[in-house]
Design a protein around this ligand. Sequence first.
Ligand code: EPU
Length: 339
Amino acid sequence: MLQIEENVSLKNFNTFGIEAKARYFVEINHEEDLAELFMDPQWQQIERLVLGGGSNMLLVNDFNGLVIRLNIRGIEHRINHDNVFIEAGAGEVWNELVNYCVDHNFAGMENLSLIPGSVGASPIQNIGAYGVELKDVFESCRAFEIATGQIKTFSNPDCRFGYRESVFKSDLKGQYIITSVKFRLSLTPKLNLSYGAIEQELANRGITQPTIKEVSQVVAAIRVSKLPDPSTIGNSGSFFKNPVISQLQFADIQKQYPQIAHYPAGENQIKLAAGWLIEQCGWKGKVVGHTGTWKNQALVLVNHGDATGKEIYNLSSQIIDSVYTKFGVALEREVNIID
Ligand code: EPU
């Protein structure tokens, strides 16, 4: 029997550590629980928020609807020649899955070490770090269709992955709940070390032929050095996406700012480092009331204790305005704003 609780604090369910209340709250431990939940039509009509690790959202107000906390567990793997297929429940902690793979010497996820959040949330924004994206290891996922109560399987192309994008964030937003994800890894490592800081850190450690575990450890060390630990300082990782602009606009900006950090991003497109733009506007490490940007990475907004969601949101608006005024580039929030 499902337990629906009322007026539940979400403080421990969001990595920003924002105090906000859910009008209704339910924990889902099995795929079948979803069918049971939605047999009651009132939950079809009410506003819903599906919660995994709560690591990519900002609660601006109390949530006057139903929070569905996914806690479906389980990790299984099957080896077929060189391929390893791993299926994990949506409620598994992402980094625990990465550790499972690293410990078994299954290659492909090591660059995604220490990303906060849950397995079920990982396809929604196509998480990525250090030159690897979820889509590089994603095989398929199972998802519950709220309107019909059916389970549907989505293949990699079905998900229409892009930079921090998928069909679950766009056309199908709010229509499906991901219940498990299947990954395809390999027994033969093809290490991706091209991301500058990895090679440098390996060299610092005198490692010339790294194992999967060593890559994972190096990635984790780089992350720890740059990003605040949400268990001590509330944050949601990168608050904004790195903006993609035209080559033409880039040429204009580069004339004025020859040092500008940038990467190629497809035909006639350039991706800028939002952290660099924000730092240039003087925000890096700045404390504003109970909020601010992180001292080692201006792209990360932090809760210095007791910040409200509104304060953090307001700071993000000020940052967007100042980057636009200085560079003519519109930053987009990467974090889901729950208003
Ligand atoms: N930079 C600055 N100042 C800053 C921050 C960055 O000048 O305050 C410059 C850096 O010097 C570097 C460039 O910006 O030249 C890129 O910085 P970094 O390598 O830290 O990565 P990022 O582009 O800021 C992205 C992801 C991160 C991911 C890292 C590593 C997005 C929005 N963010 O950050 O993902 O960990 O690359 O791959 O794409 C997340 O999504 O929550 C996240 C943390």
